[in-house]
Design a protein around this ligand. Structure first.
Ligand code: GAR
Length: 213
């Protein structure tokens, strides 16, 4: 399966996908990396392994729709049939989301549907949540909404800062994103209503401690 990855910054999740794809057994190739920021570190990570990159600066477009259409055209031209958002910090237009429905996934650093939006780890600590984690989900029009494909859970420790919690969550992001993508590429995932169902798994979620169950 050929995919495009959309980023805005550091690109550590992109790196986890690049690393997974470097394994011959992993059924995915990255055909394009798009960033809306020219200085995104993730662009360097892609170039280092000769993955084509493109920058679309949203400020160069008069509407969100025009920006999204330019990205969509580039993604199709690259041969990608599926999109992974990896720290892409722009809302996508309804048209974009509709035309890539069930072919567009995102990773978010909380246990959705709790703690959507920005400054997630700060929100978690402020609310005194005992657990946090990360979620891979299909993208729908509303922000951080859509059928949940995979989650991992981490404890929130009493002396956590947003940085220490964020680092603990990020470690898990790098595990579940490639896992979720592999399941899709192997044709094991179907969306039914608002649930993503993984064939051969008893529940639609992946258990962190034993991913095969
Ligand atoms: C990741 O923690 C990702 O979950 C988050 O941005 C970070 C990007 O880091 N995404 C969102 O908050 C989307 N709502 P990265 O550039 O190192 O992958």
């Amino acid at each position: 399966m050929k995919i495009a990855v959309l980023i805005s910054g550091r690109g550590s999740n992109l790196q986890s996908l690049i690393d997974a794809c470097s394994d011959d057994d992993f059924p995915v190739d990255i055909s394009l990396v798009i960033s809306n920021k020219a200085d995104a570190l993730g662009l360097k990570r892609a170039s280092e392994v000769s993955i084509p990159t493109k920058v679309f600066n949203h400020k160069d477009f008069s509407t969100r729709e025009e920006f999204d259409t330019a990205m969509s055209d580039a993604i199709e031209a690259s041969g990608a049939e599926f999109i992974c958002l990896a720290g892409f910090m722009r809302l996508l237009s309804d048209d974009f989301v509709k035309s890539w429905r069930d072919k567009l996934i995102n990773i978010h650093p909380s246990l959705l549907p709790s703690f959507k939006g920005l400054h997630v780890h700060e929100q978690v600590i402020e609310r005194g949540a005992r657990f946090s984690g990360c979620t891979v989900h299909f993208v729908r029009s509303a922000m951080d909404e859509g059928p949940i494909l995979a989650q991992a859970v981490v404890p929130v420790l009493p002396d956590d800062t947003a940085d220490t919690l964020g680092a603990r969550v990020l470690e898990q992001e790098h595990i579940i994103y490639p896992l979720a993508l592999r399941l899709i590429a192997e044709g094991k995932v179907r969306v039914s209503g608002e649930r993503a169902i993984i064939d051969g798994h008893k529940t639609p979620n992946i258990s962190l401690t034993n991913p095969e169950k």
